[in-house]
Design a protein around this ligand. Sequence first.
Ligand code: PMV
Length: 329
Amino acid sequence: MAPASIESCAPGKVILFGEHAVVYGQPAIAVPVTEVQASATVEPAPPGSGLTLVAPDLGTGFPLATAPQGEPLAAAARLTLTHLSAPEPDATLTVRSTIPIASGLGSGTAVSTALIRALAGFLGHPVETAGCLSSADVSALVFEVEKIHHGTPSGIDNTVVVYEQPVYFVRGRPVERLTVGAPFTLVIGDTGVRSSTRRVVEQVRRAWQRSPAHYDALFDQIGDTANQARRAIEAGRIDLLGRLMDDNHEFLIELGVSSPELDELVEAARLCGAMGAKLSGAGQGGNMIALVEDDCVEEVTEEMREAGAGRVICTKVAATLQRIEKTTD
Ligand code: PMV
């Protein structure tokens, strides 16, 4: 019997606290953003056709066999086949995503995650069933792909996207899922400026190499802010979070990773009632986040649009979210 088609999804993410410092061993906090998703579908293809990878949003499609080594979709597929000791299947694997690319929302990470899960499922290794691929396995595979995109990733992106839970993350330590004492709302604003995580991370590294003591002190302050934020989130003290986001944004400005567009959106959100706001992710473009009381969401969204935000997404952070996995015959 031909294997059934299978589809998997993975969410976007935002980093709430600790970006950049997390690369240097400090803690960071990230949450999934389920309003945007990547999906991967694997469908059987005629015998002998091998695996074809298709990304309609990017207008590309190619056989795995001819893809260059560093191509991220091919890398994710190859790593999965090697991990499962499985031969290349005769199938078409199609990836789609509503997550804006190069903007700190985890687009590449989510695509890799959905692809690995769907391919594993198609090969008879559904994730999190007895003896099959665990979330830790998927996260480790996605991390390998991240290295192609980013060079020296901390591992926070693959962790939050694969586990689809708010996480407190310290490089090299076991994943800690974060308890959310009281739900809270974030408004996410896109500057529309694309940013290369690899380039910004390298820029910070060069600055750190020139003045290690200065940058280590900044990283410590960012780590301390993330720890205070963790306690506030767990205790449901959302009233304390806004100031911590503002502090974190100032540290990121000092790191040199903000931009006029990000600062403008952050300022606009604060001026019309956000409790706090900061850039999120690598910076120098991409997205910012604002912590907003539910009755202010519309006003903050409007103000951020007027200040130049392209896409604005509103998301609620709560304790547990469902991962979506569905099969069709
Ligand atoms: O990929 P982005 O833009 O969400 O940034 C990742 C966060 C960094 O701390 C800047 C890098 C990393 O690997 O943690």
